[in-house]
Ligand binder design. Structure first.
Ligand SMILES: O=C(O)CCC(=O)C(=O)O
Ligand SMILES: [Fe+2]
Length: 206
């Protein structure tokens, strides 16, 4: 679905305020339930430093980083499987992508205070033909987008609670990152901060 105010920047399709306040609150409750079964963890990068973002996941696969590098895993660090993907996220994926498929991974990033995510490409998934759908909840965040090469020029935009971004086509392998959040700009996330959900097809092509 394309709302009237949908806009596209370098292949990133942005749906501002796609989720209204009630939908944001319901989704935040889903996230809180996932966190009870899979608490957010500040994982170690392969360089041995903890990430500033605390991560969790739902669905068949979650994302892991440790001394061995970056990859998707069917289990948490403690051996438990990831909690199931909330049904409303499967529906949201279909709605914004128009694809009749079910994502096998929802990564959940928690940004408190000064947390950020450096410029990167999402390329640990098996098939880049599938888009990545990103949902913002809570504090506003400065999203930086670039091109296919790290050295390409970048531009930045603020993402707000309820915004949804589809990264597909030319944007699928584009560099992107979060420079900073604007603390206390929303009271949606218990304890403050920002939550970002990314719906992905991480495993083999369906
Ligand atoms: O927090 C965001 O909006 C982006 C997150 C991201 O790029 C990722 O999880 O790969
Ligand atoms: Fe990313």
């Amino acid at each position: 679905m394309r709302e009237a105010n949908t806009r596209e920047i370098r292949g990133f399709v942005i749906h501002p305020a796609h989720l209204d306040k009630a939908a944001q609150t319901a989704l935040m409750e889903d996230v809180a339930a996932i966190w009870r079964a899979a608490p957010p963890v500040r994982q170690m990068t392969r360089w041995g430093k903890p990430m500033s973002v605390a991560m969790s996941a739902a669905g068949a696969l979650g994302w892991t980083t440790d001394g061995r590098g970056y990859r998707y895993e069917p289990k948490q660090h403690d051996g438990r499987p990831w909690p199931p993907m909330p049904r409303r996220l499967e529906e949201l994926w279909r709605q914004v992508t128009g694809l009749d498929a079910t994502p096998d991974s929802c990564l959940i990033n928690l940004y408190r205070d000064t947390a950020r995510m450096g410029l990167h490409q999402d390329k640990d998934e098996a098939d880049f033909g599938w888009p990545v759908v990103s949902i913002s909840l809570g504090d506003a965040a400065l999203f930086r987008i670039g091109g296919a090469r790290r050295s390409d020029a970048t531009e930045s935009l603020w993402l707000h609670s309820g915004d949804v971004v589809v990264m597909g086509g030319p944007a699928r392998l584009a560099f992107h990152g979060i420079d900073r959040i604007r603390p206390n700009s929303s009271d949606l996330v218990p304890g403050g901060g920002r939550v970002n959900l990314t719906l992905r097809m991480a495993g083999a092509a369906v």
